[in-house]
Design a protein around this ligand. Structure first.
Ligand code: ADP
Ligand code: MG
Ligand code: MG
Length: 540
């Protein structure tokens, strides 16, 4: 066995070991954690001014804020009832049809009858009278109203009291902790997973939590030479704001001597292109295609709701995680649409570009649905609609076919619904295309998705039918990932350093807080009577 193969074997083994031992090297992690403590009250006061103290921001969006608010409400029975009610309504909304009736009846019995133990005293009399009967046919609408009254209630006195409680002080301490500087010492590094335009993507692990991530490195000199700074910053800002389970999330942005680093959700299961062409028969099973397409549509809709056009929808950019759920990745081509403006710059990948891009017309969100159409077609047929697998054909010919030809549905795997959804996504005229035909034209309502409860999918409650093999490394061998040549003749100036600072903002609120809760650190440090030490305990 040659040295390259041996290196690869070792790299894979170490990496697989780390993946398995998220709770493996517990001793080592315990030791690290012993030296951790929340910053003190005094140190945390200054963060108060920088926090948007609005109910939604503190008590709903931020996982640690939400936890602390709930811990606070547990100390006041009247407040707790409102939170319990919200939770039960949520469970009810996400429940499968079989159990809904039961949950509905429980909600009425527990909260809505004047003699219920947990009667919602804050409900307006009018609504309370209407909510007594679960059999009422517009019960669900009324429940939504009751839920919004519960929220209004919580946003008032309870939220004020929370801000004057020790729980909010703890929140400020956690926020201070969250803002600690992040350096490479915060992580262990593992094998290269792939190669990007500006550097490698590696697997890394947070030393204190054991959580694994992917780290996309952008070589500072290469970035400068290719004038990629602005695009990199835009990608970072979009990833940072796009908080969705269907898009790769950014957890940290930091710099080391040579690179800017984006630390993102680790996707171990390979990309969809790999699964379409290199595993088993070409193409995917129809149920997998439906499931991925639904998840992808959720991801695209999320980006669109943030006024972002993805512009690089293709199976290669859809990655699978350990459980078999997929997310959109590589937001390097994504752009913001400002107000009612349109985009005219030509961008995308050959074979997935919509007619309006190819004709160099102005466009916006419609191009993502066309590209999704090409991708659904590809998942089913094992080829794209306008270019056969491994067909040698010029860009111009693909363009011509995209503009003029009708795609064929000869492949036996096409069902009525899958054929119909492809046709609708591949409409040459953007105004006739699924997703673009009117305001709020939601492709997820198409019968292609009839087997999927979208609400449950969005809540992460549907189990994927295909789970990637945990002992397989679904990426190229090390040797096949070409090395980068060194960049010469580039000087880093003070202005560049200023840019690196703008980029390297450290931990991203929501993923960081999720990580802290998930790994148990929240519980450990929150109740700990440990001496409160200086910040930076985590950087070691
Ligand atoms: P670029 O925009 O420079 O092309 P990408 O974001 O596409 O960089 O990443 C390059 C490669 O790294 C991908 O093709 C994939 O193989 C791998 N990769 C990227 N992001 C992840 C991730 N979150 N998890 C695992 N592998 C990833
Ligand atoms: Mg890429
Ligand atoms: Mg890119």
């Amino acid at each position: 066995c040659d040295m390259g193969a041996l290196d690869n074997l070792i790299a894979n083994t170490v990496y697989l070991q780390a993946r398995k031992s998220v709770d493996g090297d517990i001793k080592e992690m315990r030791k690290r954690r012993q030296s951790l403590a929340l910053p003190s009250h005094q140190q945390s006061e200054s963060v108060r001014q920088n926090i948007d103290v609005v109910f939604e921001n503190v008590c709903e969006k931020q996982p640690i804020g939400k936890k602390l608010f709930h811990l606070f409400t547990e100390t006041v029975p009247e407040y707790q009832v409102a939170v319990d009610f919200e939770n039960e309504v949520m469970d009810f909304c996400l429940a499968e049809n079989g159990v809904k009736d039961n949950l509905r009846q429980n909600i009425v019995t527990n909260f809505l009858k004047p003699d219920s133990k947990n009667y919602l005293a804050f409900l307006s009399q009018e609504l309370a009278d209407k909510c007594k009967d679960a059999a009422e046919n517009n019960f669900e609408e009324r429940l939504a109203l009751a839920r919004s009254e519960a929220k209004t209630f919580l946003m008032g006195r309870p939220f004020e009291d929370f801000q004057n409680s020790p729980f909010f002080t703890k929140f400020l301490q956690w926020k201070t902790f969250e803002r600690q500087p992040i350096t490479e010492k915060y992580f262990y590094q593992f094998r290269v997973l792939g190669k990007g335009g500006f550097g490698e993507v590696c697997a890394i692990q947070v030393k204190t939590s054991g959580k694994m991530y992917a780290c996309k490195q952008l070589d500072k000199k290469r970035l400068k030479k290719k004038h990629g700074e602005e695009m990199a910053l835009l990608e970072k800002e979009i990833l940072e704001k796009a908080n969705s389970r269907f898009i790769v999330n950014l957890a940290y942005a930091y710099e080391n001597k040579n690179d800017l680093c984006l630390v993102m959700t680790l996707m171990n299961g390979g990309d969809l292109k790999f699964h379409i062409y290199h595993i088993g028969e070409r193409g995917l099973e129809i149920n997998r295609t439906i499931f991925y397409t639904a998840q992808i549509a959720c991801g695209i809709l999320h980006l669109h709701s943030m006024n972002i056009v993805y512009r690089d929808m293709k199976p290669e950019n859809v990655l699978l995680d350990d459980n078999g759920n997929c997310r959109l990745s590589d937001l390097g081509l994504a752009v913001r649409v400002k107000g009612s403006k349109t985009i005219s710059q030509k961008a995308g990948t050959n074979g997935y570009m919509a007619p309006e891009i190819l004709k160099e017309e102005k466009y916006t969100y419609s191009v993502d649905w066309f590209a999704l159409g090409c991708s659904v077609y590809e998942m089913i047929a094992g080829r794209t609609p306008f270019k056969d697998y491994k067909e040698k054909v010029s860009k111009d010919e693909v363009k011509r076919r995209t503009l003029e030809d009708e795609e064929k549905y000869e492949h036996p795997k096409f069902t009525e619904e899958s054929k119909d959804i492809c046709k609708l996504f591949l409409a040459k005229n953007a105004e006739e295309r699924l997703g673009c035909r009117r305001e709020n034209d939601d492709p997820r309502n198409h019968p292609f998705f009839k087997s999927i409860n979208i609400q449950r999918l969005e809540a992460g409650l549907i189990d994927p039918s295909f789970v990637p093999d945990p002992s397989t490394v679904y990426c190229k061998d090390l040797g096949d990932i070409a090395d980068f040549s060194e960049i010469k003749g580039i000087e880093i100036t003070g202005q560049d350093k200023q840019f690196y600072k703008t980029f390297s903002t450290g931990a991203v609120t929501i993923p960081w807080q999720e990580e802290i809760i998930e790994c148990g650190l929240f519980d450990e440090l929150n109740d700990s009577t440990r001496r409160e030490s200086k910040i930076g305990g985590m950087v070691n």
